[in-house]
Design a protein around this ligand. Structure first.
Ligand SMILES: [Zn+2]
Length: 179
């Protein structure tokens, strides 16, 4: 009898366990793919340090869905029909960046621990670099004022805590406090 119940319950248990583990893994290492209508959101998710694939205009729906599945990314889209074709998707109704970001932060419980660790242009993780090595890559006044620099290993863009970066941090701080 016990054996029969076990046989009935065990497959269910393992099925849910696998599902549960995959959900937990996804929450720990949440990655996104964002459609071409959400360029600003993609940038801000990258500013927050989240791995975010930006699907440009020339990508068709099938290509987007393929990457979503093969790389285990959550699709964020403003295309309702596209969102219906993917189990792992979020459809955003509104256009405003603040609304979109707050919604995604809340839904996936995103944190602010890895802010400004990723290149906003190409999604690569930034690397800290010695000041001497970027002398020719930044304006002279920037070189003279700042001492801490980060570089993107893919596009070689250099990041420092200038006014542009501070504005991004301020905006993220506002969104964080408002959430
Ligand atoms: Zn880059």
């Amino acid at each position: 009898m016990v054996c029969r119940i076990y046989k009935m319950v065990y497959p269910l248990y393992t099925f849910h366990m696998h599902k549960f583990i995959s959900v937990v893994l996804q929450l720990l290492n949440v990655k996104f793919i964002v459609d071409s209508m959400l360029g600003n959101l993609a940038k801000y998710l990258r500013f927050m340090g989240y791995d975010t694939y930006y699907a440009k205009n020339d990508m068709n729906d099938n290509e987007i869905l393929k990457i979503c599945k093969s790389e285990n990314r959550i699709l964020i889209t403003r295309d309702y029909e596209l969102s219906k074709r993917c189990n792992n998707s979020v459809y955003l109704e509104k256009h405003e960046l603040d609304y979109q970001l707050k919604y995604i932060i809340k839904k996936f419980n995103l944190n602010f621990e890895k802010v400004l660790t990723r290149c906003s242009l190409c999604n690569e993780e930034l690397i800290k670099i010695e000041k001497e090595k970027i002398r020719d890559l930044v304006p002279e006044n920037v070189y003279n004022i700042f001492n801490e620099f980060y570089i993107c290993p893919k596009c070689n863009r250099v990041y420092w805590m200038g006014s542009h970066t501070k504005n991004i941090l301020l905006r993220l701080e506002e969104i964080k406090n408002d959430n």
